[in-house]
Design a protein around this ligand. Structure first.
Ligand SMILES: [Zn+2]
Length: 290
């Protein structure tokens, strides 16, 4: 799932490549992806792209005061394309959700643009056309941005949260931008158990966690901003220490990275670095044993 660093890198890419161009046409292929009807998608045609920004994990393309806001969900992505076919795509076929054609600055090379795609059968990619990004309910509910939250605010957020760290870090209404992958990475960097209670952290642990949020996201951003959209995913994968590395050695201590189920997904962690060497019991199992 694209998280803060990937979405920020996509916004930066669009600032460099889409801003200044005029939207020629928008093709909707996956009807369920569009969540708004007024203004219509067609209202974007003929307007100049004037900016690109990020709100949490939402991408926001400013088109002369109208906003095309996108949430890429679990398996969505943005593909920058040159020489897009002029014929509209067949609705409902393949991973294509939405195609944006941009007017070229010159006639050669042919018109560029981008595709929003989504792999898999669970469709969650969402597109909104609004006059202000805050009209999108998910944007309006966002907590402070994970990259900008200061230590005092962060400490207050954690102290007020009576739940496990993994859930706290990924709750967008508490802190915006962190998802499944970077929460694993942040907890590993902070040497904290994903199941530790947020409001039970010591002052030192809160500082360590805040530092890890900063360091992990800043490092990912540094590697990703400037990358082309096509190479971002590989760059993300290569920088991960524990996430999606079950069974592989922890790069810090050499212990084997473990996996445990969490909510409707799974998380990865290093026992030696994070849980005093003890593997975490499956949550559903530990509930039965309690
Ligand atoms: Zn380790």
């Amino acid at each position: 799932m694209p998280e803060l660093p990937e979405v920020e890198a996509l916004a930066a890419f669009l600032r460099g490549n889409a801003v200044g161009r005029v939207v020629a046409r928008v093709d909707l292929s996956a009807v369920q992806a569009i969540k708004t009807f007024d203004p219509p998608l067609s209202a974007l045609a003929g307007l100049e792209v004037t900016g690109a920004a990020r709100h949490g994990k939402f991408l926001d393309l400013d088109v002369s005061g109208l906003h095309l806001v996108v949430h890429l969900a679990r398996a969505g992505w943005l593909h920058w394309r040159t020489g897009l076919p002029a014929a509209p795509p067949k609705p409902g076929k393949g991973p294509l959700a939405l195609r944006v054609h941009l007017d070229p600055l010159d006639t050669d090379p042919p018109a560029p643009g981008f595709d929003l795609t989504e792999q898999g059968t669970r469709k969650g990619l969402a597109v909104y056309v609004v006059r202000s990004a805050s009209e999108v309910p998910g944007v309006a509910r966002l907590g402070p941005d994970a990259l900008e939250v200061d230590r005092d605010t962060f400490a207050r957020l954690m102290a007020g949260r009576s739940g496990q760290l993994k859930g706290a870090l990924t709750d967008q209404t508490l802190l915006a931008g962190i998802g499944n992958a970077y929460s694993d990475e942040i907890l590993h960097a902070a040497r904290l158990s994903p199941f530790k209670m947020a409001d039970k952290l010591t002052d030192d642990e809160v500082l360590r966690l805040h530092d890890a949020v900063r360091a992990t996201l800043t490092d990912a951003l540094r590697r990703q901003v400037g990358q082309r959209a096509a190479t971002l995913k590989g760059e993300k994968r290569s920088g991960l220490q524990v996430h999606a590395r079950t069974g592989l050695p922890c790069p810090v201590c050499g212990d084997t990275v473990r996996e445990v189920s969490f909510a409707d997904t799974s998380l990865q962690y290093c026992p030696t670095c994070q849980t005093g060497g003890k593997p975490l019991a499956d949550r559903r199992m530990s509930k039965l044993l309690r």
